[in-house]
Ligand binder design. Sequence first.
Ligand SMILES: [Mg+2]
Length: 199
Amino acid sequence: MKPSIKRVCLDMDDVLNNFTMHALSYVTELDLAPDDWSKYSPWWGFDIVRAANELLGWPWDFAGGYTQEEFWTRVTEKVWESAPVSKLCSKLIHMCFYYFDPSQVCILTAPRPEAGCIEGKKTWVKKHMPKSLQRNVIYTEVKHLLACQNSLLIDDSDKNVDRFRLHGGRAILVPRPWNSNHMVRDYDEYVLAKLESYI
Ligand SMILES: [Mg+2]
């Protein structure tokens, strides 16, 4: 018998919001729609800096391209706090609140080390999350520490999902061009159907 889920951990970036395309648009100054993932090549994987350089038409070995440090210092507090809410966000929260008490749901997000990241994320939560979730936020890189047979992670990172499963948790990989579910087209439906199957 499959274990019933008692805790749901929702990733923030690129699950509840559309951070990646928003940050790319901000740093490159290209007009990129936050949910138009067709502009992001699966070849770039999780390398957002390579994505920025190649979107600007710069070859991967172009010396004038953004370095990791240059890219991330341009991602200021303002960028974090202004990440657009994803379409998936309201559907996910609605479904979570239908099946779970808010005390069983948390937002689980890994902060970048640069100044302004956590502050920007805090403002984002205050602006966009229901009151009952605003204090259910955990900032950590080690998401797998929350894994157990009754917990479910919903995340767009292969690494986070694999580790969470390895530590005994359940996980849903949100399809995005940078992860191994990049071939899935019905992004939101895929996630919601998976969530339903775990309840
Ligand atoms: Mg994420």
